[in-house]
Design a protein around this ligand. Sequence first.
Ligand SMILES: *[C@@H]1O[C@H](CO)[C@@H](O)[C@H](O)[C@H]1NC(C)=O
Ligand SMILES: *[C@@H]1O[C@H](CO)[C@@H](O)[C@H](O)[C@H]1NC(C)=O
Ligand SMILES: *[C@@H]1O[C@H](CO)[C@@H](O)[C@H](O)[C@H]1NC(C)=O
Ligand SMILES: *[C@@H]1O[C@H](CO)[C@@H](O)[C@H](O)[C@H]1NC(C)=O
Ligand SMILES: *[C@@H]1O[C@H](CO)[C@@H](O)[C@H](O)[C@H]1NC(C)=O
Ligand SMILES: *[C@@H]1O[C@H](CO)[C@@H](O)[C@H](O)[C@H]1NC(C)=O
Ligand SMILES: *[C@@H]1O[C@H](CO)[C@@H](O)[C@H](O)[C@H]1NC(C)=O
Length: 432
Amino acid sequence: MHVVRAFVLSVLLVILHAPSPYAATDTLRHGHALAGSDKLVSGNGKFALGFLQLQPGSSYYLGIWFDKVPVLTPVWAANRDNPVSANSTWRELVISDDGNMVFQAQGATVWSTRANTTTNDTVAVLLGNGNLVLRSASNSSLTFWESFDYPTDTQLPGVKVGWNKVTGLNRRLVSRKNAVDLSSGIYSSTLGRDGVARMLWNSSSVYWSSTWNGRFFSAVPEMSAGSPLANFTFVNNDQEVYFTYNIFDESTIVRTTLHVSGQNQVRVWTGQDWMTGNNQPAHQCDVYAVCGPFAVCEPNGDTLCSCMKGFSVRSPSDWEVEDRTGGCVRDTPLLSCGAGDGNSGTVQVAGKLLRGDVLSVVDADLRGDVNVEEVERVCRIACWCIQDREFDRPTMVEVVQFLEGICEPEIPPMPRLLHAIAGGGSNQTAGV
Ligand SMILES: *[C@@H]1O[C@H](CO)[C@@H](O)[C@H](O)[C@H]1NC(C)=O
Ligand SMILES: *[C@@H]1O[C@H](CO)[C@@H](O)[C@H](O)[C@H]1NC(C)=O
Ligand SMILES: *[C@@H]1O[C@H](CO)[C@@H](O)[C@H](O)[C@H]1NC(C)=O
Ligand SMILES: *[C@@H]1O[C@H](CO)[C@@H](O)[C@H](O)[C@H]1NC(C)=O
Ligand SMILES: *[C@@H]1O[C@H](CO)[C@@H](O)[C@H](O)[C@H]1NC(C)=O
Ligand SMILES: *[C@@H]1O[C@H](CO)[C@@H](O)[C@H](O)[C@H]1NC(C)=O
Ligand SMILES: *[C@@H]1O[C@H](CO)[C@@H](O)[C@H](O)[C@H]1NC(C)=O
């Protein structure tokens, strides 16, 4: 029995350790497919390309990672916004008949290079700098497509962040959605056509910006001393504007990643761990909306983000994976709203509405045409606004939602202020 079992085991081990057809190659050719756990490995052994999953049960991406770093660290993903379900049983990467590289799963095309190939005689090669290129098989300088033109959240050495002014190609970094999901998140890092580097929340609110002073970005004085690992290059001419950096030693493992938290992080692999090089903005709490609505950012606290008093985390499962955009919600909702949400709206808008409504009530009163329901609504919201405890008071957004009729207010507790004016009576509710 033991002998048989040992034999079966050794056969299994041999099968498990059988090299996959692509274990030792950096090139994918027409007529071959990269499938299952196959991978391309760059000639220098530094990078691998294959189907990756950030954790068991989560989606599959066609991605590139550092092959020698034991902690899976993706540096690029092809299909970040079209992930493949974890239960898909069939995935492959091929060179199609028109020469493009195509990722298919469950019989459908998930992603393709969609390049204007002038020949169908192409190969895909994973270079030693982590760039995946689609090029002519017979002429290696005829490149049709390269992953360095479409960075995800990471700028590897050699990636140019910025614009090709001729083709209109904009290479920028976009953070991932959360710690276990590579899809596009809320932060981006760009180099504008005006030559200004910026970090933005939701492509609209700038929370960090800097210009190049000829030697370094003014906002990063640490760069002025140079780096023992790399040099920096900034180019702005008729054709293009970009920032890039190049390492002196090919074996150095370094990356610049726009983290889920909105910080641009330079990290160097020491052989055991990712060592912090530089963070921009330097202070995590300087990242716009990093904790979401109704939350407080405390750089020196046990936890970076915590909810304001009287509020709780909207989605604990999202917070666990570092996505805090949902922020916090009031423990006891003041208003029962349909779709009301968010942190938008301004005091000014609410002020105008409030004045408008009060005036219309007064007008109506003067005309002897009182809308009792309307008056009651306004009084209820007024009572909420002067609640004794600050966190019981509605936000301006909630006030607007109430005035617009999107939300219905509960009957508020009697505020002390009003109780004093009313001189007794019920102190349970405002009584309107
Ligand atoms: C695969 O996952 C999708 C969604 O994640 C689900 O709708 C589908 O039922 C699953 N299929 C199988 C065979 O489990
Ligand atoms: C390339 O295209 C030619 C002509 O369209 C065709 O005959 C040939 O089979 C194609 N080769 C490959 C590898 O698909
Ligand atoms: C391919 O060519 C078409 C037509 O010339 C052009 O519109 C398109 O932008 C090109 N695509 C790429 C990826 O260059
Ligand atoms: C290879 O491609 C480059 C770029 O298009 C071109 O300049 C060169 O002439 C080609 N070489 C050959 C041998 O075809
Ligand atoms: C981001 O901006 C878009 C409009 O550009 C808006 O629809 C969306 O709600 C914004 N996202 C958040 C989280 O505010
Ligand atoms: C930067 O370093 C790279 C790698 O050593 C080198 O090829 C390049 O010429 C350098 N660039 C500048 C502007 O010094
Ligand atoms: C006010 O509330 C307190 C405690 O809830 C209660 O003991 C008291 O009788 C109330 N007073 C009036 C006038 O209703």
